[in-house]
Each structure stands twice: as C-alpha cells, then as structure tokens.
Design a protein around this ligand. Structure first.
Ligand SMILES: Cc1cc2nc3c(=O)[nH]c(=O)nc-3n(C[C@H](O)[C@H](O)[C@H](O)COP(=O)(O)OP(=O)(O)OC[C@H]3O[C@@H](n4cnc5c(N)ncnc54)[C@H](O)[C@@H]3O)c2cc1C
Length: 359
C-alpha cells in the first residue's frame, strides 16, 4: 500500500508528538509513524520502577487516544528524500519529513523500551522489573549522568535496606552541570546510603563484574546500565548516511532543516540542536518546528529557534533533588517538589491537549 501525505513524522516521542499536534491542529495532512502504540513520559519511569503505586501506569497513553494526526504503528526501515519504506510493507510518500527517532539505551529497558511495542507489554515490563528489584539485595547502577543519579536515588529512597552502588567512569557526577549541582547530587545520594565509585568501568565476566583498570571484582544481584545511549538512525544508513555527524546525530540548521536538504527536518534527541537532550526541550522544539512549517506553507517568514542554557530538575528520591537554573543551583524543597508531585505527567499531557490515563 502507498500512503501520501504533506508531512511524515518518524518517531512519537516528545519531539514527534509535539510537532504532530501542532501541524494537525493547523489542518496539515500529517502521518506519524512509531514502532510502539503508546507515548511515554520518560520522566516518570524510574519512580514507576521503584514505587509503582505512586505513578501507577499514568505515564503512558496510546497514540490513538490523543494524537490529532494520522498514525501508523510500524518501524521505518529505510528513508530517502521523498519516501519511507515501512516494516509492514507499506510506503509513505511525503512532501516533507521530520525525523524525530530519538535515542535508545542498549540494555536498560526501564529507560526506553527495547521490545514492548504495546501498552500492556510495557506495563508488564515495569511490573517484572519491579519484581526483580524487590528480590535483589545488592544493586549496581552504572553511569553517573542524570538517569543514573536519579535511579540510584529512587532505589535508595524506596528500598533503604538494599545495598545500592552507583559507578561512574569519570570523577564527577552529572558531567556538564554546575559544580554545585554535581556536589549536591553526590551528598544527597551518600546521605541515603548510596556507595559511589568513580573512575570505574565495570564489565560483566561470567557471574561477576570486573573493573579492568583497578582490578576490582564485585557481584550484584541486579544491574542497571544507564550508559551507552545511541541515536536511532539505522533507517538512514542506506540513503542518507551523509546527514549524520561522527557520533551518528543529524546535522541541522537553526530551523531544524537537515543540512543540504530542503524537505528534511530533524529535532529532539536524534538531532544536533545545540542544547541538552531533554524531553521538555524536544517538546519545545516540536512546537517551534510546527510553527516554521505552518508559516512556510502559508508563504510567511519563519523564525530561527533559540537554544536554551542547561536547566534541569533531578529528583534523588521522593524527598530530595537538585534544580539547576541557568544562573544558580538549588535543593530547596519548595522548588524541587514542583516535580515530585507527579513528575510532570499531567503537565505534559495537558500540553498535548489531553490528560493521562486514569489507572
Ligand atoms: C529515565 C529517563 C528519565 C528522563 N527524565 C527526563 C526529565 O525529567 N526531563 C526531561 O526533560 N527529559 C528527561 N529525559 C530525557 C527525555 O526522555 C528525552 O530527551 C526525550 O525522550 C527525547 O525525545 P525525542 O522525541 O527526541 O525521542 P524519544 O523519546 O527517544 O522518541 C523517539 C521515538 O521514535 C520511535 N522510533 C525510533 N526509531 C524508529 C523507527 N525506525 N521507526 C518508527 N519509530 C521509531 C521510538 O519508538 C520512540 O517512540 C529522561 C530520559 C530517561 C530515559
């Protein structure tokens, strides 16, 4: 079957959904393709793992229940500058394509799924991971970035009797953040009993974990690898590998247009936007790109996207966290608690013109 559309969007994460809502609201014929049948507010995933009663399964919602554009559930296998070949055998011919395929964690399924293509499977995946966590006494979290820090804190808060180790290949947590944020993250985790090991690159060898440089050998009941994030660019390798930089991310201009192409756009985690790879920014980028395309189609002038300085709110358990503003860092509860309440699930769905599932 051959589908035709004005705009094809590849990927229904924060970037893709935000753009799709904007274009569809403006009457532009748009098809969004995602291999899953649901959107997920990743911000809530780690608490969903550690304390499922708090978030229930409200972070996820089927596209068919809120997406304003057309939707096809399948993988894009190959893309060129006028059509996409889909894994279900269909073809989509487009005037413009928006690549919003994001990134993957090679082996940490609670961060972003590797296999759960429908909502029930994803909910089940969290239930199984929670069972594994309940059963474990010693847990290793690999990677001292935002996800690793948040996960170590959530586990330590919900399971104060378990032995939680956070290992990091560098010598500070939260690389790229202000020094105060790095120091406070370390303090807050240590206060909750997390053991932090710097300059460690554990590798699994049979039943143990070995850090080659120090020779340290450890065993853990459960390991989360919050490392090795990879761009989802496989479908670009055949015809469009020239649009990728050395790390595999897409090179774009300040209106999200892929360099060297007139009808290709990219945004969110897969693109080299020049700001942090965060969901709230991917969503903001989507709203902007939606406006750019609407303006272009109406023959009106378009505005460049202005990148933002790094700003983030990182919980380290349910009663602590760090907020980095462009000009300061704070751990004040009245600010950190803005996110603690529901991890912004309501806010995100409200901005998408809907509300979370009630369960
Ligand atoms: C545990 C965790 C916590 C986080 N917490 C926060 C936070 O608190 N605040 C914040 O701002 N950010 C947070 N982030 C970061 C945020 O999740 C990402 O920045 C955001 O998901 C990027 O959105 P995106 O739309 O670019 O890509 P993604 O969310 O990665 O979405 C890409 C979509 O494309 C689909 N896809 C990929 N390839 C194909 C293909 N070939 N065919 C069809 N579909 C395809 C995928 O299925 C996916 O749905 C967190 C991330 C994680 C993992």
């Amino acid at each position: 079957m051959i589908n035709t559309t004005d705009v094809l969007i590849i990927g229904g994460g924060f970037a893709g959904v935000s753009t799709a809502q904007k274009l569809a609201e403006n009457g532009i014929k748009t098809i969004l393709v995602d291999k899953k049948d649901y959107f997920e507010v990743t911000f809530a995933n780690l608490r969903n793992l550690t304390d499922p009663n708090k978030t229930k399964n409200r972070a996820r919602k089927r596209y068919q229940d809120f997406l304003k554009s057309d939707f096809i559930q399948t993988s894009v296998e190959q893309l060129d500058d006028h059509q996409a070949l889909l894994a279900n055998g269909e073809v989509v011919k487009f005037k413009r394509v928006i690549i919003a395929s994001g990134t993957s964690y090679p082996s940490m399924t609670v961060a972003k799924t590797l296999t759960a293509l429908n909502l029930e499977q994803r909910n089940q995946e969290f239930a199984s991971q929670n069972d594994a966590l309940q059963a474990a006494d010693s847990i290793l979290v690999m990677g001292g970035g935002v996800v690793g820090v948040e996960l170590a804190g959530e586990i330590a808060f919900s399971f104060p009797d378990k032995k939680v180790t956070l290992s990091h290949s560098g010598n500070v947590l939260l690389e790229g953040f202000k020094t105060k944020a790095q120091r406070k993250a370390k303090e807050q985790l240590m206060q909750q009993g997390v053991t932090i090991e710097f300059n460690r690159k554990y590798q699994k060898q049979d039943d143990v974990y070995l850090d080659k440089s120090s020779g340290k050998v450890s065993t853990f009941d459960l390991v989360f690898e919050a490392i090795g994030v990879k761009p989802n660019n496989q479908f670009l390798q055949t015809h469009l590998s020239d649009i990728l930089n050395a790390q595999g991310y897409i090179k774009i201009d300040n209106k999200f247009r892929v360099l060297g192409h007139t009808n290709l756009f990219a945004l969110g985690d897969i693109a080299e936007v020049g700001e942090a790879k965060l969901g709230y920014l991917a969503k903001q980028q989507g709203a902007h790109l939606g406006k750019v395309i609407c303006a272009e189609l109406a023959g009106k002038p378009t505005k460049a996207y202005k990148t933002n300085p790094l700003m983030a709110l990182i919980p380290t358990g349910q009663e602590s966290g760090i907020m980095q503003f462009p000009f300061a860092v704070t751990t004040a509860n009245f600010l950190v608690n803005i996110k603690q309440k529901d991890l912004f699930i309501n806010k995100i769905y409200k901005e998408f013109g809907t509300q979370p599932n009630t369960q």
